[in-house]
Each structure stands twice: as structure tokens, then as C-alpha cells.
Design a protein around this ligand. Structure first.
Ligand code: AMP
Length: 397
């Protein structure tokens, strides 16, 4: 089976895509369809040195994909005749049903759609993306790779919320965790880099992007993570608050007269770094801090405080930690966050070499001194490659 895979990540108004070889990781083309359904949309498509931009109305996901597929043709890549082995779709919520990459049939698609109650902001968009691709490329096998899958192994004590057990069971309320594809990918890469089997390592992974989560991984198996039933729990994120006293929601509904969608809007779009400082982008936040902005500084301090709280929790859970891994936009690019998150922990064997921390090199790197008992690594994540490999493996089996 050809190792060429088209990977799609469909959001409510956008689709990110990449065409790549899953063996060599060589990317032939990538792009982003944006502002689907709005007055004016945009597609930016890159294939080697060629960069095409389309500006115009994109009424729906299918129209956006059809236009993007034309752009593939315009750059000499006809998706129908290239010999693609599979299409891999990122699907956010697999619930209790899916914890492995799964070949998409009508039945599977229906089940993913049913899981929309658990992820109303994500699964419906994933379903639309899958349906559109199946219509446009009907002859290719399509594979769903679930963001929750890696955390399926969490023990009951970690995944159970302490609320009425009958209600929890009836409504499927439990911790599922997200960003699993990234946590799994970077923890495997870290093991490769350290020259040891993942089964022999305990790791704490910080995926710090616009969304952010940490995980506690024991011998290659996830035993806890910060995101919960939804991607709102845990760390402070670009626009999401992370952990919050559950009493705040009913309080706000009464005191600030917010309805359900008002609360959802507040928690998904107007909280986190943005809620505290006005900006959700970490680079913007750093610029504000440099100008002496007190709100931005507080946002940063809350962000780091939360990281350290979970670091402490996971150190205790694991007992012994071999590696602490930073990944995603902030984790890969902010030496300040890495240094502040791990400051003052020399007695626990955790230390950062300031020069290594500041030095940027592509690929994986160790930022702890060679003598430190705990390896601190920066590992670039690559969810597209992980999805491509999972899809290729499934269709080749
Ligand atoms: P992601 O969701 O992984 O794409 O990460 C997005 C986040 O990474 C945004 O908050 C960006 O501001 C942040 N980011 C990207 N590059 C840098 C950088 N050089 N320094 C600090 N933050 C960065």
C-alpha cells in the first residue's frame, strides 16, 4: 500500500490539510481553508516552492475541499491519480467507543456523529469534513484517528469525576483527555532520542500550544492528563481557563445572567490568556509584558503557576521521572516558560542549562545539563505525521 497519505483536520470554519509520505515524513503539499461559511473565505495552498492563494466565498466544507483539491491539481498533484494510500482524519472525540485508528464506514461515521454530544464544538465539524472527503474521493480508504485514544488507558481513579455515579454513567461523564496523538508522538520520539524503549521510561509531557495539556506517562502508558471530559480542563490556554471552581458556572448564570451559550462562549473564547490580558497569542503576551503591562504579567504568572501545579502532581504520581518533554508552539519556542516552569527544582534532579534552553535548533534537543538525572527535552510535535502513520499502518495491515 502506498505510504502517501492525505491528512485532514476539519474545524467548524476551517480545514487544515497535508499530503505527505508517512515513511519519510516528506510533505508534498499543505494548506489551510479558512472562514468557511463567512462572507469571504481564503485558501492558502503550498506545494514545494509554489504558493497559491484563493480569496472568495467558501459556502461549506465540501466547496472548500473541492477548491483546495483543484489547487492540488494546479500544482501538478492530482489526488485521484497520485496513488494515495489513505486519507487520515483527525477526530477529536472517540468517547468510550473508539481508542484505535478506525477505518471509516457509514456505521463508524454515524457513531462519531453520535459522540457530538460530548464534543459539540468539534465532532460535528470532523463529521462534515469526513463526509465531504468521502464524496470527493470515494475510492480512497478513510481512517479516523482520535484525539482521545491515547488516554484510554487512564486508571479509574484518574478518569472518574466525583459526582453522582448514576448521572455520570448515564451521561458518559468522565475524563477523556485530548491532544493524545501529540502526547503519544512526542513521548515516542523522546524515547527514540534517549535510545530506550518507551516502556522503560516515565515521562511528563507538556503540550503547550493555543490549546494546552500535560500528561503523565508511565512506561509508555498514559495514566493521567489535564484535559477532561472536554478540552476546557487543566492548564491555562490561549482562550480557555483550564481548571475552574465548578461553582463559578452556576454562579455566573445567576449573577451575570448568562445562558448556556453565554457560558460556553466565555469559557471557550474569552478566558485564559485572552481573558486575563486581552491577547491569546503568546508572542503578543510577551510583547505586552516587555512594555510593563501588569495584566499580561499576571496572565503569564497564572499560566506558569498552573504548569507547576501539574508538574508537582505528576512527579508524585510517577514517583520516578526520566524525562520532561515540552512541545507545541509555546513549549517549543518559549525558553522563558520552560525555565520558569522548572525553576528551583535541582533537589528533585530537574534542571535546565540556560544556554541550551535559549539555543534554537530544529528537531529534538536536550535542554538539561548532561549530568542532570531528569532529561528535559524539547520535541517538535507533528500530529499530521502521526495521523498519516496511523492511517497507513491500518490500511496496510
Ligand atoms: P500551536 O497551537 O501549537 O500552533 O501554538 C500556538 C501558540 O504558540 C501561540 O500562542 C503562539 O504565540 C505560540 N508561539 C509560536 N511561536 C512562538 C515563539 N517564537 N515564542 C513564543 N510563543 C510562540
Amino acid at each position: 500500500m502506498s505510504d502517501l497519505v492525505l491528512v485532514l483536520n476539519s474545524g467548524s470554519s476551517s480545514i487544515k490539510y497535508q499530503l505527505l509520505h508517512s515513511d519519510s515524513a516528506e510533505v508534498l503539499a499543505s494548506g489551510l481553508v479558512e472562514r468557511i461559511g463567512e462572507d469571504s473565505g481564503r485558501i492558502v495552498h503550498e506545494a514545494g516552492p509554489a504558493k497559491l492563494v484563493y480569496d472568495g466565498k467558501i459556502p461549506d466544507h465540501k466547496a472548500g475541499l473541492a477548491r483546495a483539491f483543484e489547487m492540488f491539481r494546479e500544482t501538478g498533484l492530482d489526488l485521484k491519480t497520485l496513488g494515495i494510500g489513505a486519507v487520515g482524519h483527525r477526530v477529536v472525540h472517540g468517547g468510550e467507543v473508539f481508542w484505535k485508528p478506525t477505518l471509516i464506514t457509514d456505521e463508524v461515521l454515524h457513531a462519531i456523529e453520535k459522540l457530538s454530544v460530548l464534543a459539540p464544538l468539534h465532532n460535528p465539524a470532523n463529521v462534515v469534513g469526513i463526509e465531504s472527503t468521502r464524496e470527493l474521493l470515494p475510492d480512497l480508504p478513510q481512517v479516523a484517528v482520535f484525539d482521545t485514544a491515547f488516554f484510554h488507558t487512564m486508571p479509574d481513579a484518574a478518569r472518574t469525576y466525583a459526582i453522582d455515579a448514576k448521572i455520570a454513567a448515564a451521561q458518559d461523564i468522565r475524563k477523556y483527555g485530548f491532544h493524545g496523538t501529540s502526547h503519544q508522538y512526542v513521548s515516542e520520539k523522546a524515547a527514540e532520542f534517549l535510545g530506550k524503549p518507551a516502556e522503560d521510561l516515565n515521562q511528563i509531557v507538556f503540550h503547550l500550544g493555543n490549546g494546552a495539556s500535560a500528561s503523565s506517562i508511565q512506561g509508555g502508558v498514559a495514566i493521567d492528563t489535564t484535559m477532561g471530559m472536554t478540552p476546557l480542563e487543566g492548564l491555562v490556554m490561549g482562550t480557555r481557563p483550564g481548571d475552574l471552581d465548578p461553582g463559578i458556572t452556576p454562579y455566573l448564570m445567576r449573577a451575570a445572567d448568562l445562558d448556556v451559550s453565554g457560558v460556553e462562549q466565555l469559557l471557550n473564547r474569552n478566558s485564559g490568556l485572552k481573558g486575563l490580558s486581552g491577547v491569546n497569542d503568546f508572542r503578543e503576551l510577551q510583547k505586552l509584558i516587555d512594555t510593563g503591562d501588569a495584566d499580561a504579567k499576571l496572565a503569564y504568572d497564572v499560566y506558569v503557576h498552573r504548569l507547576r501545579r501539574y508538574l508537582g502532581a505528576y512527579l508524585v504520581q510517577l514517583g520516578t521521572v526520566d524525562a520532561i518533554v515540552f512541545t507545541a508552539g509555546v513549549g517549543e519556542n518559549s525558553p522563558a516558560v520552560r525555565a520558569d516552569a522548572l525553576a528551583g527544582l535541582q533537589n528533585l534532579g530537574i534542571e535546565i542549562d540556560p544556554e541550551r534552553n535559549e539555543t534554537r535548533t530544529p528537531g529534538i534537543r536536550r535542554i538539561s545539563p548532561d549530568f542532570a538525572p531528569v532529561d528535559v527535552l524539547v520535541v517538535p510535535t507533528n500530529e499530521e505525521l502521526a495521523i498519516a502513520r496511523a492511517a497507513h499502518k491500518l490500511v496496510s495491515a
